[in-house]
Ligand binder design. Structure first.
Ligand SMILES: Nc1ncnc2c1ncn2[C@@H]1O[C@H](COP(=O)(O)OP(=O)(O)OP(=O)(O)O)[C@@H](O)[C@H]1O
Length: 652
């Protein structure tokens, strides 16, 4: 079944079967006058005796599409045969506990209902959240024993623990009517397949199951096979509006992002990113005075009211951050920015966000649409920007220059985002906050932006104030280049095409770290100069940390003068010799296997035609590099072929 998300899909009263009156009241009192297409398609089927696999874009209202059938089913069951105190009737499995507690609970819904002065004939089913750090698994069970719960919501691990661990003897799933797998692709990405399979095998077969996701992946077919019976597949597509002339960015005939979302990318150098970020924010603010931003980035200047969110923030401050950000007055002179990591890329519903800016493209390309989907929710307008480096243009359709020859040959020339049905339009480099941009794509033809130097010196002087800032900058830099080298789209994001020096400048580094990624790089030749400074005197602002550092420094000095430098050398030598023999043999075997694999791939590539040969006539070293790239491409190609075969075999 396929429907379009362009419009609302009619009043709730049209639903067949009809909704329980108090549920209808609550939904309408919440301002949801009409159903969204995914709700109109999924609710009736899921309420009747059908399993459903639902794919619909971000912000399309999937949550209510399963919450309503869950409540309806349990109310029906209450009338027929109420659940006993140790029995649960519904289970909702979600990949993250981070935002579960910030969603409205059934109790809140029932309070809203009471406020309407229309006492429900049957009280809504009780809900238990088993997730996060607020409670321990044992506390979940004791809470369940004292209050009972018809619905259990939680992350796979905690639900398994609840059902089969501590709660084994008390929690009964025998009467479970309905199971929901929310954000199903994410559940798999996080490696929960085995846990979910174990949960499912312990649930009654005579149940309804719904699987909901904004993005579908091949791996889901296996989960569908294990957990669902003859499911109806509901795909909510977004089509270009009838009668409207297509914009170039809408050449993708069907979109997997909301119709109200304008998606842009802008190319610049790593060192220019910060300046571009500031200008995009200022430009967007000029378009809309009260704009609210989500910025997925590492660095942002504190000129706006900034709220930050990442995985290490304790849950209480996380909730208060989200509340403050959501309630930040739109009339304020200081617009609000939520600065966050990918922790906020999914599952976060902040309806008033106008703009999402991705400082870097996500390492997992599936995350792209989810990140953008934090804006343009429930039919609202929204804009999303992504900053890309020149060599990363393959992500949006323009392959890097070298790949123009090689990629078509290897049939890899597909536009990465359009394959995923995400239209995206190029914006010129912003010369100012008015949005004036004369220079487009090719950064080589663009003159130096004078604002860049001053922004970089601001970062450097900031880092120079506290050694801790420099430690953090180094950590961020190393984790950035490591993440880059592990990017799923390895044929676009090549570490060797990355200007490591430019990136280091952008992070405000004062000297380069020693890491494997920088081995063989000659920083001086690339224009890098370490900051001339007294490293011993470079202090931590934190007094106790600084004292500790100085003490360690003293200890080291004392040890060195007692040993003498030759002793240290001998120690290293001894360590190397004493290394386990088995380790050395194992390493040698791995090296040989790798070498053999590489030579097989090279032989394969050589059979692929003259272009590759001609391209590699520039000298041995560059040939080696190019061949390594091709090996990456080869791996990518093989992976895609394998995925395509798997997909064919197991089409849902
Ligand atoms: N029928 C409706 N009318 C108006 N707004 C609605 C309706 N249903 C849901 N919403 C609102 O739409 C927003 C998005 O809903 P929801 O979070 O369920 O989307 P989603 O499809 O699960 O998104 P994601 O995949 O990004 O998690 C929420 O703010 C919700 O309150």
């Amino acid at each position: 079944m396929t429907s379009s998300t362009n419009a609302y899909a009619g009043p709730w009263a049209k639903l067949d079967p009809t909704l329980t009156p108090w549920i209808l009241d609550v939904v309408q009192a919440s301002g949801f006058i009409e159903m969204t297409p995914v709700q109109a398609s999924a609710i009736p089927l899921f309420m009747k005796q059908k399993d459903v696999v639902v794919e619909a874009v971000t912000g399309s209202g999937k949550t209510l599409a399963f919450v309503i059938p869950v409540i309806e089913k349990l109310l029906k069951r209450k009338k027929e045969r109420p659940l006993k105190k140790n029995e649960i009737g519904a289970m909702i499995i979600s990949p993250t506990s981070l935002f579960l507690s910030s969603q409205p609970s059934i109790e809140e819904l029932s309070k809203a209902d009471m406020n309407q002065n229309s006492t429900p004939s049957i009280l809504p089913p009780a809900l238990l959240l088993v997730s996060g750090k607020e409670t321990t698994p044992a506390q979940d069970v004791s809470l369940f024993l004292s209050t009972g719960a018809d619905i259990v919501v939680g992350t796979p691990g905690r639900i398994e623990e609840f059902m089969l661990g501590n709660g084994h003897s008390v929690v009964s799933c025998k009467e479970l009517d309905i199971l929901v797998l929310d954000e199903a692709d994410r559940l798999l990405d996080l490696g929960f397949e085995a846990t979910i399979t174990r949960i499912i095998t312990n649930l009654p077969k005579q149940r309804r199951t719904g699987l909901f996701s904004a993005t579908m992946t091949d791996g889901l077919s296996q989960l569908v096979r294990v957990g669902l019976r003859n499911p109806v597949r509901i795909v909510v597509k977004v089509e270009a509006k009838r009668g409207m002339k297509r914009k170039p960015e809408e050449e993708v005939s069907e979109r997997r992002i909301p119709a109200t979302l304008q998606n842009y990318f802008l190319e610049c150098r790593a060192s220019e990113k910060l300046v571009q970020l500031i200008r995009i924010i200022a430009y967007e603010r000029k378009q809309n005075d009260s704009a609210k931003f989500i910025v997925l980035a590492l660095l942002v200047p504190k000129i706006y009211t900034i709220y930050s969110l990442h995985g290490h923030i304790p849950s209480s401050s996380r909730t208060s951050t989200l509340t403050s950000f959501s309630s930040h007055p739109s009339s304020s002179n200081s617009p609000s920015i939520l600065l966050c990591t990918d922790v906020a890329a999914r599952g976060l519903d902040l309806p008033s966000v106008d703009v999402v800016i991705q400082f870097d493209p996500p390492v997992d390309p599936k995350a792209f649409s989810h990140r953008c989907g934090r804006t343009a929710r429930a039919g609202r307008e929204g804009r999303a920007w992504c900053l890309l480096l020149e060599k990363e243009r393959g992500y949006v359709g323009m392959p890097p220059h070298f790949a123009l020859v090689i990629i078509p040959l290897l049939k890899l020339g597909s536009d990465f985002l359009s394959v995923r049905k995400i239209p995206v339009k190029e914006r010129n480099y912003l010369l100012d906050e008015e949005g004036t941009g004369t220079f487009n794509s090719c950064s080589k033809s663009r003159p130096e932006d004078t604002a860049v130097q001053s922004s970089l010196s601001t970062i450097r002087s900031f880092v120079l104030k506290d050694r801790d800032m420099h430690d953090k900058a180094i950590k961020a830099y190393v984790s950035f280049i490591r993440a880059y080298s592990k990017h799923e789209a390895s044929y676009i994001f090549r570490l060797k095409s990355l200007n490591l020096i430019d990136v280091a400048t952008c992070f405000g580094l004062l000297r380069l770290p020693k890491c494997p990624e920088l081995k063989g790089v000659n920083p001086q030749a690339l224009g890098w100069v370490d900051e001339e400074m007294d490293w011993v005197a470079f202090a931590y602002k934190d007094k106790s940390r600084e004292t500790k550092r100085l003490q360690e420094l003293e200890k080291k000095k004392a040890a060195q003068s007692a040993d003498g430098p030759h002793l240290q050398k001998n120690r290293n030598e001894r360590q190397r010799k004493n290394e386990a023999w088995s380790n050395k043999v194992a390493q040698k075997e791995i090296r040989e296997k790798r070498k053999e694999k590489k030579s097989r791939k090279r032989a394969w590539l050589k059979g692929q035609g003259q272009h590759v040969q001609t391209k590699f006539d520039h000298g041995k070293q560059s040939q080696q590099h190019e061949e390594d790239d091709l090996i990456n491409d080869w791996e990518e190609l093989k992976r895609e072929e394998r995925q395509a075969k798997r997909a064919k075999r197991s089409e849902i």
